[in-house]
Design a protein around this ligand. Structure first.
Ligand code: NAD
Length: 371
């Protein structure tokens, strides 16, 4: 690379991925034209379409580009044809494998309830008004990766499916440390969620996070919840949470529940980060929390805001552009405040707009804010 521009790899993926990434690219262009943030942009394939095109869900050249990228912006994987790909291929070559190869151990998932969208939430407005929390989900270990795993034949037509839930001390410490640091930059509260009343993995998790709190982060207001109580509290009184740290599977489930606080999966961005290398560089992967949404793909009705907000997270966490991240988040908020609603966040609105029109509204807000 001849210039000093950071490397941004864009991977649209499957289903609504290409639609929401196409729209996010328009927002990226706006920043390149109107702000001093420019990128060396490359594109890659990943997912079902890639598997059918070149026989690999993550083609080698995508992996090469991913290793060199300062940030990766991804749409979604899955949908039509996904289930037909052998499970071993999906496991060894799909999104989970890429996360593992890039060492993406921390998945940061903010859930912010916009006042303007309270009517789109299935919960009462007084419960969700003011919700501003982050779930940090451990992403590269736990039951999704533990070995042994499989389905074995026990004879007589009986099979046994089994997985291994596991965490090591360093795996717990690094995700807990990142979460304590995030909390310090916000309202200084961290809640660790596990199942230590039943699972040995969680007993170790609890002991390690507690130790770290006492040794290095005693200034952080810290509490612990068992996952079933945590799920209940997230719905009963979500405003009590600032940062939540939890394991891979619990985080997967709790963050989708948190989506409903904000009104729709279509509003939730995420960032996945690796550890820093000696030069302070991290691998960083930004993607909406939602999947390929095959039920609405190709109709220009998907909500692009989760993808656009994922780009905002990249401005903050990878490109040292906090002011631009805040500008984009304000533009999204203003677009929604102006009554612009895709179908998933329709709430009490009488009209809905398309994916493209929602992006038009965000760009219009950016122009107004920058004027
Ligand atoms: P999904 O997130 O794709 O969709 C769930 C529901 O939310 C659907 O009704 C969908 O229409 C709606 N939805 C999702 N995103 C939306 C958006 N931006 N705007 C409007 N509505 C939206 O989850 P699913 O249906 O369980 O899974 C579909 C496929 O996606 C499966 O193959 C699954 O494995 C895959 N998946 C991928 C990821 C990922 O790429 N990280 C995440 C979850 C699921």
């Amino acid at each position: 690379m001849a210039d000093n521009k950071p490397n941004l790899l864009i991977i649209p993926g499957d289903g609504i991925g290409p639609e929401v990434i196409r729209e996010t690219s328009r927002v990226i262009e706006w920043f390149e034209t109107n702000r001093k943030v420019t990128f060396h942009i490359t594109h890659g394939q990943l997912g079902v379409a890639a598997y059918h095109d070149v026989g690999a869900m993550t083609p080698d050249n995508t992996l090469d580009k991913a290793r060199k990228a300062d940030a990766i912006l991804f749409g979604a994987i899955g949908g039509d044809g996904y289930e037909d790909i052998p499970i071993e291929v999906r496991r060894e070559d799909g999104l989970l494998a890429l996360r593992k190869k890039l060492g993406l151990f921390a998945n940061i998932r903010p859930a912010v309830a916009f006042d303007e969208l309270l009517d789109a939430s299935s919960l009462k407005p007084e419960v969700v008004r003011g919700v501003d929390l982050i779930i940090v989900r451990e992403l590269s270990s736990g039951i999704y990766f533990g070995e042994p795993r499989g389905i074995e034949d026990l004879g007589n037509g009986i099979q046994r499916g089994f997985n291994t839930m596991q965490y090591t001390t360093p795996e717990i410490q690094r995700v807990a440390r990142l979460s304590f640091e995030l909390a310090r930059g916000r309202r200084n509260q961290l809640c660790s969620i596990e199942k230590s009343n039943v699972l040995e993995t969680s007993k170790l998790w609890r002991a390690e996070v507690r130790k770290l709190h006492q040794a290095e982060y005693s200034d952080v207001d810290f509490k612990e919840l068992i996952v079933d109580a945590g799920a209940m509290e997230l719905i009963r009184n979500p405003k009590q949470f600032d940062v939540i740290v939890t394991g891979n599977m619990f985080g997967d489930i709790l963050s989708d529940a948190a989506a409903m606080l904000t009104g729709s999966l279509g509003m939730l961005p995420s960032a996945s980060l690796s550890e820093e290398d000696e030069s302070g560089r991290r691998n960083a992967f930004y993607e909406p929390v939602h999947g390929a949404a095959p039920d609405i793909a190709g109709n220009d009705i998907a909500n692009p805001l989760a993808a656009i907000l994922s780009f905002a997270m990249s401005l903050r966490h990878s490109f040292d552009a906090e002011a631009e991240a805040e500008l984009l988040e304000s533009a999204v908020r203003n677009a929604v405040a102006g009554g612009n609603r895709t179908a998933d966040i329709k709430g009490d609105a009488t009209q809905t707009i398309s994916t493209t029109q929602m992006t038009d509204a965000v760009i219009d807000s950016l122009n107004r804010l920058a004027a």
